[in-house]
Design a protein around this ligand. Structure first.
Ligand SMILES: Cc1ncc(C[n+]2csc(CCOP(=O)(O)OP(=O)(O)O)c2C)c(N)n1
Ligand SMILES: [Mg+2]
Length: 328
C-alpha cells in the first residue's frame, strides 16, 4: 500500500494520541476519586476508530458502543464537552445527562455511544437507509464488539443492509473478550468477518493494532458504500489493555503473556517507529502532537470542573414527552 499523504498521516497520529490522552486522563481522575462517572477504557484499540473515521466527514454517521470515547474523538466531537459530560456538567456534550455511555453530537454525525450491547447495529442500518434515500453519498458506520456479533441484531442488520444495498460499514472490534468471556468460548467462527458470507457481502479483516491497515481496509469499504454497492463487514483484530470497565476488573481471565504480546505491538509506538524510519513525520512533530494532547486534557478537566451542574429545571428538558411545566 502507498502511504497516505502527510496531512492524513499527521491526523492519524494526532487522533490516536488524543484518544489515548483522553482515556488516560479519565482513568487518572477516576482513580483519584474524583466524583465523575466511570466507563470502559479503549486504550490499546485507538487504531480502529482512527483508521475508519479518517475516511468520514461530519455528514457521515457513526453509531457507537459502551466503549465509545475513541469513536467520538475520531468523529470530531469536542473533547472539552466530552470531559464535562463525564463530570455531569451542564456544558457536557449531552448537558451532563448522559455520561460516558451516552455521549452524542448529531452535528458531527455522532449518533451516540450506547450501553445496550448490539443495539447500535440497527441504528446504523437505519441511518444507512436515510443516507440511501437522500442520495447524497453519505455513509453510516456501526462499531461493535465480538460479543455484540452474537446478538440477533447483528444478523438482522446485515441481512437488511445486504438486500437493500445500504451504505453501511459494520466494524467489529474483536478484542477477544466480552467482559470476561473469551471469544472462542462464545463464537463459532475464529474470524468474525467470515459471517459476511451468509449475507453475500465482503468480509474484510484488518490488523487493529496497525492504523494503516485499518485505514486501507476501511477505505475499500467506504468507497464501496459511496459507490452504492452496499455494506461491508470489517473485522479489526484488536485488544484492550485494561479491564472491561474502569476501576474494578482485575482481568484475571487472561494471561500476562497475552497482554504483553499486544502491548509489544502497540499501535501508537509502532506508528511512531515507522513514521520516523519512512520520514513521514519528525520526532519533534510527533512530540508536539503528544504535548498538545496532554495540554488539551488539562484544559478539558479545568473546563469541566469550572462548569456548573445542570439545573433542576433541566430535569424536564430534552425528554421525549413535553410535560406540562412541572415545578421541581
Ligand atoms: C444487551 C446487553 N447485554 C449485556 C450487557 C452487559 N454487557 C456490557 S458490555 C458487555 C460485553 C460486550 O462485549 P463486546 O461486544 O465484545 O464489546 P467490548 O466490551 O469487548 O468492547 C456486556 C455483556 C449489556 N450492556 N447489554
Ligand atoms: Mg470484545
Amino acid at each position: 500500500m502507498t502511504a497516505p499523504d502527510r496531512a492524513t498521516l499527521r491526523w492519524l497520529f494526532r487522533t490516536m494520541v488524543t484518544i489515548r490522552a483522553f482515556e488516560e486522563k479519565h482513568m487518572q481522575e477516576v482513580n483519584a476519586g474524583k466524583p465523575i462517572g466511570g466507563g470502559h477504557s479503549s486504550i490499546g484499540e485507538e487504531a480502529v476508530p482512527t483508521g475508519v473515521c479518517a475516511h468520514l466527514t461530519e455528514r457521515d454517521f457513526v453509531a457507537s458502543t459502551h466503549r465509545g470515547h475513541g469513536h467520538c474523538i475520531a468523529k470530531g466531537v469536542d473533547v472539552k464537552g466530552m470531559m464535562a459530560e463525564l463530570y455531569g456538567r451542564a456544558t457536557g456534550a449531552c448537558r451532563g445527562k448522559g455520561g460516558s455511555m451516552h455521549i452524542a453530537d448529531v452535528s458531527k454525525g455522532m449518533l451516540g455511544a450506547n450501553g445496550v450491547v448490539g443495539s447500535n447495529l440497527p441504528l446504523a442500518t437505519g441511518a444507512g437507509l436515510t443516507a440511501k434515500l437522500r442520495g447524497q453519498g453519505q455513509v453510516s458506520v456501526s462499531f461493535f464488539g465480538d460479543g455484540a456479533s452474537n446478538q440477533g441484531t447483528f444478523h438482522e442488520s446485515l441481512n437488511l443492509a445486504a438486500i437493500w444495498k445500504l451504505p453501511v460499514i459494520y466494524v467489529c472490534e474483536n478484542n477477544l473478550y466480552a467482559e470476561s468471556t473469551p471469544v472462542e468460548y462464545s463464537t463459532a467462527v475464529r474470524d468474525i468477518a467470515r459471517r459476511a458470507v451468509a449475507y453475500d457481502i465482503p468480509g474484510l479483516i484488518a490488523d487493529g493494532m496497525d492504523v494503516l491497515d485499518v485505514y486501507e481496509k476501511a477505505g475499500q469499504a467506504v468507497e464501496r458504500a459511496r459507490r452504492g454497492e452496499g455494506p461491508t463487514l470489517l473485522e479489526c483484530k484488536t485488544y484492550r489493555y485494561f479491564g472491561h470497565f474502569l476501576a474494578d476488573d482485575p482481568h484475571r481471565y487472561r494471561t500476562k503473556e497475552e497482554e504483553e504480546s499486544y502491548r509489544a505491538r502497540d499501535a501508537i509506538a509502532s506508528f511512531k517507529k515507522r513514521a520516523l524510519a519512512s520520514e513521514w513525520l519528525t520526532q519533534a512533530e510527533m512530540e508536539a502532537e503528544e504535548q498538545r494532547a496532554q495540554a488539551l486534557m488539562d484544559e478539558a478537566v479545568r473546563f469541566a470542573e469550572d462548569s456548573p451542574p445542570p439545573s433542576l429545571d433541566d430535569l424536564v428538558t430534552d425528554v421525549y414527552v413535553s410535560y406540562p411545566r412541572i415545578k421541581v
